[in-house]
Design a protein around this ligand. Structure first.
Ligand code: HEM
Length: 465
């Protein structure tokens, strides 16, 4: 293998003024900037911003070579860790090394496909409640899909975390999550963050948001502790009882329990809501796909509530969700990593100490792997379609730090999608342009997606208790 020498350097884009202007470009339109970089250098590119060298890896084999094979030699970019620890404490999303390994080992059993399937009826009840109240409300007026999906996924995560919840929790919790998410993203581009006690308006907003979530979590932890019951099937009970398989006396400390609950709120709610909002818009714009899904949902479910098993019998539904996650991955960029030692990336060496960036949004729109990459074509993911190269579809990341909630999210998305399609036909308002995307922490539509939801006539729906 070649190594990093003057004659054989990673393709490098020179930026004037030590990359200061680049920093402005990146802040204004990060995804546009990375897309242009990848057009110039399809597999790998290096840029320098101030005193940092950042290597962008685009080739899926090399993405895996770094994130899977050399995961032990990476940590997350310290500034991101610092920013996210403000709201997520020392949780599994933030920690590194032995502490992260221990937390991940303890949490993992709660997120296996089998365990997650146990949440299906609870997820379906949340969707059932939201969609049935919508059926009573909508005539032919349009519905803000982001608001609908945000309410529904928040209800799901609250029920999954706590077994049940007070309806009054929902709105302040949702607003608090959004505040933390937006401030988190803008903090990334600043050299430091003010401590939460500072009497500045922007800091006060973040402090209040965090206090809101802290309060809700604490109330639920105390309520569970006071009933002294370990019988619950919710995530909080799972977290309270979690033991380290390598050290079975060890449980999560009180602070760790709080922080893990916090991360589930933040990582597990807005991401799924955003994915479902994009999906609903894409379905409304593609009636030919919607028709296939309606046919599938009607034939397989026959008016019954979907389950993990019946979802597997709906290839168009599944493929449409995967395709939406390809075009609009909610986590459009992964956490940038720092190399703890020299890393091999294809024929190149990234020296110890440098940064490495991965952008699923760009990798998933590379025309080498996806014909007409900007078009919505769920058939790419149907059984029997040509193989998609390994590692190219990566909305949940890859390697040991892959999203712990991926099975949870896919099940939740499948159930919500199937139940929505059982009840409604989605119509894109005539003349309305397709929205731009806006990268905060998640990739959201910059303009609201509002759809006309027409009730479908010929279904009998089951009652869920
Ligand atoms: C469509 C929905 C979701 C998407 C697209 C998504 C995406 C991701 C991605 C890309 C990562 C890895 C980031 C990286 O490598 O830098 C991640 C990590 C994580 N996700 Fe998700 N996620 C989703 C839903 C969820 C849900 C429902 C939960 C929990 C209930 C969750 C909890 C987490 C946690 C705790 C981590 C950190 C894992 C670790 O570092 O060990 N996510 N997610």
């Amino acid at each position: 293998m070649n190594t990093h020498t003057e004659a054989h350097r990673i393709p490098c884009t020179a930026a004037p003024l030590w990359g200061l202007s680049l920093l402005r470009t990146m802040r204004a339109d990060y995804l546009g900037y990375v897309t242009r970089l990848q057009n110039q250098h399809p597999d790998i590119a290096q840029v320098q911003v101030l005193n940092e060298h950042i290597t962008h890896v685009f080739h899926p084999d090399w993405v895996r070579q770094v994130l899977v094979d050399q995961a032990d030699a990476l940590i997350r970019w310290e500034r991101a860790t610092e920013v996210f620890s403000i709201s997520m404490g020392q949780s599994v999303l933030v920690t590194e090394g032995a502490q992260w390994q221990r937390q991940r080992r303890m949490l993992q059993p709660g997120f296996t496909p089998k365990r997650v399937a146990g949440y299906a009826s609870l997820m379906a009840s949340a969707a059932h409640d939201a969609l049935n109240s919508l059926m009573q409300r909508v005539g032919d007026q349009s519905v803000d899909m982001d608001a609908l999906m945000t309410d529904m996924t928040l209800d799901v995560i609250l029920r999954a975390l706590f077994g049940s919840h007070q309806v009054r929790d929902a709105l302040p919790v949702s607003q608090a999550i959004q505040t933390l998410s937006h401030s988190g993203f803008s903090e990334l581009f600043k050299p430091f963050s003010w401590p939460l006690w500072m009497p500045l308006p922007s800091v006060r907003k973040v402090r209040h948001a965090k206090q809101t979530l802290d309060r809700v979590i604490q109330q639920h932890i105390q309520a569970q502790q006071s009933t002294a019951s370990d019988d619950g099937h919710d995530l909080l009970t799972m977290l309270r009882l979690a033991r380290d398989p390598e050290n079975p006396e060890q449980r999560l400390s009180a602070q760790e329990l709080h922080d893990q609950t916090m991360v589930m709120f933040q990582a597990g709610h807005e991401t799924t809501a955003t994915a479902m909002t994009w999906w609903s818009g894409l379905i409304a714009r593609h009636p030919e796909v919607a028709e296939r899904i309606h046919a599938e949902v009607d034939a397989v479910l026959q008016g019954q509530t979907p389950t993990p098993a019946t979802l597997q019998q709906m290839p168009w539904l599944q493929a449409s969700l995967k395709e939406a996650l390809r075009l609009y991955p909610p986590a459009a960029i992964l956490f940038t990593r720092r190399a703890l030692k020299d890393l091999q990336v294809g024929p190149w060496t990234v020296p110890q100490g440098q940064l490495i960036a991965f952008t699923p949004y760009v990798i998933q729109r590379d025309p080498r792997w996806f014909e007409l990459p900007d078009e919505f074509k769920p058939e790419r993911f149907l059984p029997g379609a040509p193989d998609i190269p390994r590692g190219v579809w990566m909305p949940f990341g890859t390697g040991p730090r892959v999203c712990i909630g991926q099975h949870f999210a896919l099940l939740e998305m499948g159930l919500i999608a199937a139940m929505l399609m059982q009840r409604f036909r989605l119509e894109w308002p005539e003349g309305e342009p397709w929205p731009e995307s806006d990268l905060a922490v998640t990739l959201r539509p910059a303009q609201a997606i509002r759809l006309k939801l027409h009730q479908r006539a010929v279904i009998t729906l089951p009652q869920i208790g």
